[in-house]
Design a protein. Structure first.
Length: 114
């Protein structure tokens, strides 16, 4: 089932429940930070841990769930795991959520300041 990106979606669409699962998966701030850290490309667990200021163990646990949720993919290089976003949609979804948060906090959100 494919959708025209400009056509309105049906509230009864079979993907609505899956979309809600994706929102649940992204309801953790660490996971949102991981997505943002991956927006420019692949990173190792240790690189992600440094960027999101969490231990590699915590980051690995989140990445495992995100991998099961098909938000990220993993690639092994020797003993190092590298992660990347599975597609552009998750990055856009998180970016839009952050922009909405800016609107909730600021009268003049940073993304409108140019």
């Amino acid at each position: 089932m494919s959708h025209d990106a400009t056509a309105p979606l049906d509230p009864q669409d079979a993907y609505v429940d899956v979309a809600a699962e994706i929102f649940r998966m992204l309801s953790d701030p660490t996971r949102v930070r991981i997505i943002l850290a991956l927006q420019d490309g692949e990173r190792s667990v240790s690189q992600l841990a440094e960027v999101v200021a969490k231990s590699p163990t915590v980051v690995s646990q989140h990445l495992s769930k995100m991998r099961l949720g098909r938000l990220v993919r993993a690639r092994r290089e020797g003993t190092t795991m590298h992660y990347s976003l599975i597609d552009e949609h998750v990055r856009r979804l998180v970016t839009e959520a952050v922009f909405q948060a800016e609107h909730s906090v600021d009268d003049q959100p940073p993304h409108h300041r140019g």
